[in-house]
Design a protein around this ligand. Sequence first.
Ligand code: F6R
Length: 250
Amino acid sequence: MRVYLSEDYKSMSRRAANILSAQVITKPDSVLGLATGGTPVGAYQQLVEWYQKGDLSFAETRSVNLDEYYGLSPRHEQSYRYFMQVNLFDHIDIKYENTHVLDGLAKSPVAECARYNQLIRSLGGIDLQLLGMGHNGHIAFNEPGDGFELETHLVTLTESTIEANTRFFGRREDVPRQALSMGIKNIMQARRILIMVSGEAKADIVCRAFRGPISTQVPASILQLHPDVTLVGDREALHKLVEAGEPVCG
Ligand code: F6R
């Protein structure tokens, strides 16, 4: 694993955007696995800025998002499809038909998950998967205790994730209780992983994920077994990992 420590959120976002843009420049038709949540917003803003300057094009790029709330329409302001449009897709030249997000209104979640697994395979797999990490170590909506062998599946959100996501919905009772999510197996099959972490509240779980035992209780710990992981974080999120002896690149 390569670890890049940045002093603050802005420089961390720039670092992550650098890695994403290098992927797109060296392989314009890359399949990017994309994440939502608060952490990658700055990196997406940076990519938009570079696109607007003419330094970057996504005209051939394909994308698959990690997850979507089950029961939310793509037009709902808290849906992950809406998030991706507002934070990235509407501002760059990626073709809408090349962007893929799970359908939160699918009548059959089982069929929708099977379709998504097949879609990822038909795209040739994911070249670079961007991830954030939950306070309980979740990646995508793979919660503690979920099997590492799972592909895309319907998830019942834990209380801790509902709590963390209440900030986006305003009221706890408005947070959906279920989501469709890529599984750990899909994530581990990506050729490269870029994981972003920010803020003191992540410092303990980052340390457990990358220095502790590999366990389904900390889903992100499985990344220790992936051959090409880059961790990008700010000092607040990474200081405990570094104090525990993890070498950093910069
Ligand atoms: C989002 C996702 C989640 C988030 C995680 C961290 O697509 O899959 O696993 O990455 O909950 O969220 P933030 O970045 O808001 O701390």
